[in-house]
Design a protein around this ligand. Sequence first.
Ligand code: URA
Length: 434
Amino acid sequence: MRAVEIIEKKRDGDELSPEEIRFFVEGFTRGEIPDYQAAAFLMAVYFRGMTPRETADLTLAMAYSGRVLDLHDIAPVVVDKHSTGGVGDKVSLVVVPLVAAAGLPVGKMSGRGLSFTGGTIDKLESIRGFRVELTVEEFREQLRRVGAVLCGQSADLAPADGKFYALRDVTGTVPSIPLIAASIMSKKIAAGADAIVLDVKVGNGAFMKTLEDARALAQRMVDIGSALGRRVVAVISDMNQPLGEAVGNALEVKEAIATLRSDGPRDFREHCLTIAAYMLYLGGRAGSVAEGRRLAEETLSSGAAWEKFRALVAAQGGEVEQIEEPERLPRARLIREIPAPADGYIVEMRAYEVGMAAVALGAGRTKKGEPIDPAVGILVHRKVGDPVRRGEPLFTVHANAEERLAEAQAWLSRAVRIQEAPVPPLPHVYETIP
Ligand code: URA
């Protein structure tokens, strides 16, 4: 078998066999298939797609590119969550310690920023000393002792996803249903999840722009999980505007801390409670989603979720003083407000443009492995449906270079539309599958 033949076969729209998929994933993971062939393979999949059977085989090959954990000696039911990616989506930073504090251990493998969306791993690295690469032994030990882990793909855990992910980010191959489904589900399987809550984002700031595509992605992942005996629920939620106010790594960590300390933006808190409710229900800690929601609210309000976050940061080597006094997290030098150009109501606050503004500031990557600037980002002060008066702040931009600030401002000017007539707020969740 040769890599080029597999690329050509997919390029021509033919179905790959399980052996061909395994050969490609294993060869790439071992470094025998170079990045340029993997990039060509990804582009062929992007254009030609994959059947459900091929997607399931890709998922398994990626999951088994490293170790697959069995955590049942630590937790009778292992529950996990994953988002398909959005702008201002810092949900894992709140939900993982929250669900753990409510009694269900959560060991989550997250990703870095992809394209215009942020990634939990990049956000956590704004905390000085925080280690995102854990060995399997460290992962297990922390899950047993603390009950909560947030780490990235490593040489041990889903290494194929780590390598594909970094290439997809910079080769225009992210928004593909089979590639997203395999990326997410391989990490969940490798981390030993029995029950999985998928937060499938839809809208201009998501990889799935329409409800139809979001449903197709959700269904593909639910089917893969169910075929492997996992309990899976997909929550299809809005990503036409950023979630919460903060977009950018350290700014998002600050917002997550505020939320864990019972403050934080309403839409973001609400979304965290929804996802946590499903996790507590699927994990058997609550008898219904409504009971899960009540338990999640109690755990957040009592301060137990915040305490668990502190313990998680300490366990992974992060400086706890920095999260206790979040003003010590990285700060940008240039802070500029952008005022509303007119009176009226916000009709659009486009997450895609806000995400691109954050990338322009340096919060995301344009080349593989590029360093990011943890301090930069944007605070979004108005949401769809909100009234606004001319001159009131719409955004606060945190930048470290004037020319980047100017580029971000250009993106932000295209993010907003204001009209005289009122409009209703956007829905929070569209539907759940199954
Ligand atoms: N999150 C992932 O882990 N992978 C994707 O492909 C998209 C979002």
